[in-house]
Structure formats: structure tokens, C-alpha cells
Design a binder for this molecule. Sequence first.
Ligand code: SF4
Length: 253
Amino acid sequence: MPARKPNPVTSSKVKALAKAKLETPLTARAKPAPAPRRRKPVDRATVAEVFRRFRAANPEPKGELEHVNPYTLLVAVVLSAQSTDAGVNRATRELFRLADTPQKMLALGEDGVRERIKTLNFLNTKARNVVALSRRLVEEHGGKVPSSIEVLQTLPGVGRKSASVVANIAFGEPRIAVDTHIFRVANRIPLVATDNPLDTQEQLERIVPEEFRLNAHHWLILHGRYVCKARRPECWRCLIRDLCRYEPKTPAP
Ligand code: SF4
């Protein structure tokens, strides 16, 4: 039987493919890494047990931002962006002694506010927002802080998270504002499987039983700040250790 001649078209195609493969960097050829598998959130009964334990350990949790009325709470929340509560409290003790109403804050003016919050970051923007929101409160709301999240969000420097914090603490709205601590804790246990704070808030407000919803924000934030820390969660002393699916748990030092 005569030997089969190589097909010139096919063989040139094969050569071209082999050449392309050789010239393609290894990283470009590598298959993309599979997306990390999200852990399934715990069931509703476990969610309830998590908050039952938080409540038993701390029946009346409090936020750590110092304030004397809804207005000073609103200002403290606006100042707390990218700053610690302790840092904000150091700055606001003097600020609120001088100005605990929007009218007094307007009288103090942007320079006066800036002078009192100079230890905080983004002080120019924050001072401008504090004065601008005070002006809006005086001109449009009779000097009062509105209780509606939608209206709060229209004030300068007030986003959804800040509005939810104010509505929750000052007006008893069962809203669960999600900051970096709550986002981390909620996805570690996991109470939810989310990749952004907005979805986290929506899901938490849906799954946390009503009896715990008002204080859930405080419990989760305090847990994240003092126990379930970002770099090294202190699992060995965590009161929900047996309910949490995060692995590996941190052993006692
Ligand atoms: S067991 Fe560890 S990871 Fe889980 S909630 Fe407690 S501190 Fe966080």
C-alpha cells in the first residue's frame, strides 16, 4: 500500500497551532482558577441561636460613638467615615460642647469645625459636609433630624450606611447597617453569602428574627471589633464557636 502523503493544509495548520502555543506565555494558557466556593449560610434556627447568645451575653448593646441627641449622632456618624469611633469621640467632645444643634454648628462655621476635628482624616470634606448638612436641617427640616432613611440619605456626607445607623440608634428602626466588621462576621459564620455591604444588609434584615433586629447591628459590630477580628479571629473565646462554620478556628495562644 502506498504511503499516504501529508495533507499540506492540515500540516501547516498543525504547525501554526504548535508555534502559537509555544509563543503563548504559560500564564496566558493556564486555565482560570475556579471561583472560590461560597459556604452555605447556616439555617434559620442557627441564626436565631447566634443572636440568642449575643443577647444573653449583652442584653442592651450600645454603639460606641458619643452623642447627646439625634443631631450629634448624625454628625458623629458622618465624621466616623474612615476613622475609628475612639478618634471621633476625642474630636467631638470639644465640638459638641460648643455646638450640639445645627444652628450652633452654623454659627461655628466651617473653619471652626475644621479646627475641632483636625485629628481626623478627610477633615476638609467632613467639615464642609457637617456645615452643609446643618444648613439643610435648619432650612428644610426646622432644625430637626429626619427619621426617614430616604430623606437622611439626601443630606451631604450621608450614605445608606450612615442613614441606617442614625435611623436605628436615634429612631429605633430595625435596620442593620453593614460596615467592614459586620460584612466580615456575617460572611464568616456565615449568616449570609454576599460580596457587598448592600446585599449583606438586605439579607440580614430578612433573616434575623424580628426580636433581635433592632440590636443586631450593635451585636455584630462589637463581635467583629473585639472577638472575630479581621486578621486573627479569637475563636477560642467565641461564644458562637460551635455554631460557626469558619475554618480553621484560631486556637488559644
Ligand atoms: S468561631 Fe471564630 S470565625 Fe467564627 S464567629 Fe467566632 S471568632 Fe469568628
